[in-house]
Design a protein around this ligand. Structure first.
Ligand code: NAP
Length: 263
């Protein structure tokens, strides 16, 4: 039986939509005190209210902190919301990320900088800002949201995004070493294709094509990533650090279309 994360404080950057919202929902239902961070105040406040109300009688509270992870000051603000509001921070889910597409022949320096600022510098800044509070926790956990795109696969238009997601894993391995003496673990979840709000705009035909490329024949739910993060944050995962966990319904497994057809 897993021990509960009830009463622990969790910061989920990019927790106001999509995968981050799913992570926040899973932790809140498990009784954790959750801070969700994002840039849009209206969306963030509405999300915190929704998640707090849906967490149930044994669920934890959810509050919103307005923060841009692409700046160190923004990450400091998000961590301060956890420390000031709940007395500390036990788990950082560094999840905020963006994925605009641009092929190499048209990608500008600004396109590249924007993606790297949020996805790579945002990861560094969030961990740096949380360091003191996670150390004080005595059982600090960092869970990064990377992707299969970059570390395992490629996708046209996403060379900058893929590079940023692979960079997170390079960061993770050295951070895991540096932070081990502080009893902080650093791991990553690598989602495959996850059904987020934005997917609905792309239509049912697009969704069906995506599902056909996945051996388990469905897209991931945002909670599928939340449960992986919850495990990596658990007491039982205390001996796991510097590892990447692929959560993709088997999407990266088939060597050929024939192999996929046999699944
Ligand atoms: P999403 O639905 O677009 O949500 C992104 C979240 O991040 C929002 O809460 C957004 O809020 C926040 N955010 C973006 N830029 C930010 C910034 N500079 N500072 C603070 N918050 C920021 O995205 P998603 O699909 O859930 O993706 C979340 C993470 O999962 C990303 O790291 C992405 O790379 C990864 N991922 C997604 C998939 C997938 O299938 N969806 C697959 C693999 C990996 P604001 O806009 O209000 O700031």
């Amino acid at each position: 039986m897993f021990r509960s994360v009830a009463g622990r404080t969790v910061l989920v950057t990019g927790g106001t939509r999509g995968i981050g919202k799913g992570i926040a929902r899973v932790f809140a239902r498990a009784g954790a005190q959750v801070v969700i961070a994002g840039r849009d105040g209206d969306v963030g406040r509405a999300c915190a209210e929704e998640l707090g109300a849906a967490a149930g009688p044994d669920g934890g509270p959810v509050v919103f902190a307005r923060a841009d992870v692409a700046t160190r000051a923004g990450c400091d603000d998000a961590v301060a919301a956890a420390v000031d509001g709940f007395g500390g921070l036990d788990v950082l889910c560094a999840n905020a990320g963006i994925f605009p597409d641009a092929r190499l022949d048209v990608m500008t320096e600004a396109d590249l900088d924007t993606v790297l600022a949020t996805n790579v510098k945002g990861t560094f800044f969030a961990v740096q800002a949380a360091l003191e509070a996670l150390t004080a926790s005595g059982r600090g956990r960092v869970v990064l949201t990377s992707s299969i795109t970059g570390p395992v696969t490629g996708f046209p238009g996403w060379s900058h995004y893929g590079a940023s997601k692979a960079a997170q894993l390079g960061f993770m391995r050295t951070a895991a070493l540096e932070l081990a003496p502080r009893r902080i673990t650093v791991n990553a979840v690598l989602p495959g294709n996850i059904a987020t709000e934005g997917l609905a705009d792309l239509g049912p035909a697009y969704r069906a094509t995506m599902e056909a490329s996945i051996p388990l024949k469905r897209l991931g739910e945002v909670e599928d990533i939340g449960y992986a993060a919850l495990f990596l944050a658990s007491e039982e995962a205390a001996y796991i650090t510097g590892q990447a966990l692929v959560v993709d319904g088997g999407q990266v497994l088939p060597e050929t279309l024939e192999a996929l057809a046999g699944a």
